[in-house]
Design a protein around this ligand. Structure first.
Ligand SMILES: *Cc1c(COP(=O)(O)O)cnc(C)c1O
Length: 439
């Protein structure tokens, strides 16, 4: 007889790698980030201020000072279906680039809806279910977050209502189907069904929308509804903390290969997959004097880190959210409808903003043609099609690898491949399948 927890039954082989805790970088930061402020009084936000919006369990995780926060068994069990995600040595890419660099990527595209978003969706739906919350309302850009929460809601018996940015809704009809298959309700944003949405919808029923607008609509519905709360897929401290399963696994997987990263790269929309892969390594810079570099990569069309200002701003467009101290392009910024819909956000996670401000994070921006070219190059070399968001990280990893070729350095590059691009084939047909593909 052998006693096994359910996590071990599901993933006996990988149980040693699957993390048991989330890592909370706030416990290790030498300088504390500036606190969020109440949107009305401008005083530091109190936990009670958030109660109309978020579940109590989520608020507790948002403000905790605990360094390691346990992952509940019911959530680990769901993680074990797709975690640990593979850490892949990019031998094809290395050969294609003829670089001495060693490139590893963490492939989050094996998640049930094709991106890292399930890591926090499952935890948030679990916390809501613990409190008997019936409905979670949210926004989604490209649809990855909406799909992840729709699925997590189906697992934990929570209704999910999604406001989807109109530009993406029209580019990616497959994402809507996926959300509806999980039982979620999906509306184009700006929509005629909220007070805020109506003000924009009535002026222009084809308004492309933005994440900031969709967030305002979702909060309005969540706060006005019965036993309903709002759920956010990025930006917040707790969301970045949930994503640290990525970096913790990568650390253990690299250690098994006898490697340590010289540079860690991820794309940034709200900053969650970047925080997720980077923070467990940043801890070693802070605690063990490691010199690892970190690069956050964004689109030129939405350059919050490379061109934005560090200041207090709202997380949404209507000004309903607390004021967050972050790099921002301004709450009314409407980015061009690029295909990397998950990166069309005007702000940046306060924790990522803080690390950039502290000089610990470098930033880069790429154009849409450049990232499609990088995505196609990677696809041919490695056989995995990256999401357009993830292709930003690919482009930066290629740039680093070519730099290493000049210097002859065998540096170790780790990047996060945050999602696959199989629901973005229409975008590739338009942007990647032309000259870049045939070169
Ligand atoms: C949502 C998303 C992103 C951007 O969000 P972050 O919070 O910055 O991680 C990046 N890649 C994919 C595949 C996504 O779904």
């Amino acid at each position: 007889m052998m006693k096994m927890t359910s996590t071990e039954r599901f993933a006996a082989r990988n149980a040693a790698i699957l993390p048991s805790h989330f890592y909370n970088i706030k416990a290790d930061l030498p300088v504390a980030p500036k606190p969020p402020l109440h949107p009305g009084t401008k005083a530091p936000l109190q936990p009670a201020d958030l109660e109309p919006v978020f579940s109590k369990g989520f608020i507790a995780q948002e403000i905790t000072g605990e360094r390691f926060v346990p992952i509940p068994e019911a959530v680990r069990e769901k993680y074990a279906v797709y975690r640990p995600t593979p850490l892949i040595y990019a031998s094809g890419l290395r050969r294609a680039l003829d670089t001495p660099a060693h490139i590893f990527y963490k492939y989050e595209g094996v998640g049930p809806v094709g991106s890292h978003k399930s890591n926090t969706a499952l935890m948030q739906a679990y916390l809501a279910a613990q409190e008997g919350i019936e409905t979670l309302v949210t926004e989604t850009g490209a649809g990855q977050w909406g799909s992840a929460l729709a699925q997590a809601g189906a697992f934990f018996d929570i209704n999910v209502r999604v406001f989807m940015v109109r530009a993406s809704f029209r580019q990616k009809p497959g994402r809507r189907t996926l959300m509806e298959m999980f039982g979620a309700t999906v509306e184009e944003s700006p929509s005629p069904s909220t007070n805020f949405g109506r003000t924009l919808y009535e002026k222009d029923p084809n308004h492309p929308g933005s994440l900031g607008i969709a967030i305002s609509e979702a909060i309005e519905v969540a706060v006005g509804g019965k036993n309903s709360k709002y759920s956010l897929g990025s930006v917040l401290d707790a969301v970045l903390m949930h994503q640290t399963v990525i970096g913790q696994e990568a650390d253990r997987q690299l250690a098994a290969a006898g490697a340590e990263p010289d540079v860690v790269i991820a794309c940034v929309g709200g900053g969650s997959n970047f925080g997720g892969i980077a923070f467990p390594f940043v801890r070693k810079n802070l605690k063990e004097g490691k010199k690892t570099r970190y690069i956050a990569v964004e689109p030129e069309a939405c350059p919050s880190l490379t061109k934005g200002d560090l200041r207090y701003d709202h997380g949404d467009t209507a000004g309903m959210t607390p004021l967050l101290y972050m790099y921002t392009l301004g709450m009314d910024f409407i980015p061009a409808p690029i295909h990397a819909g998950g990166l069309r956000y005007h702000g940046m996670a306060p924790l990522v903003s803080h690390l950039k401000d502290q000089g610990m994070v470098e930033t880069q921006a790429f154009s849409q043609p450049a990232i499609f070219e990088a995505g196609m190059f990677f696809f041919k070399a490695e056989g995995i099609l990256p999401a357009p968001e993830s292709s930003h990280a690919v482009a930066a990893a290629i740039t680093e690898a070519l730099e290493a070729k000049k210097t002859g350095e065998e540096k170790v590059i780790l990047f996060n491949l945050s999602g696959h691009g199989f629901l973005d084939l229409a975008a590739y047909a338009k942007n990647g399948n032309g000259s870049a593909a045939k070169k």
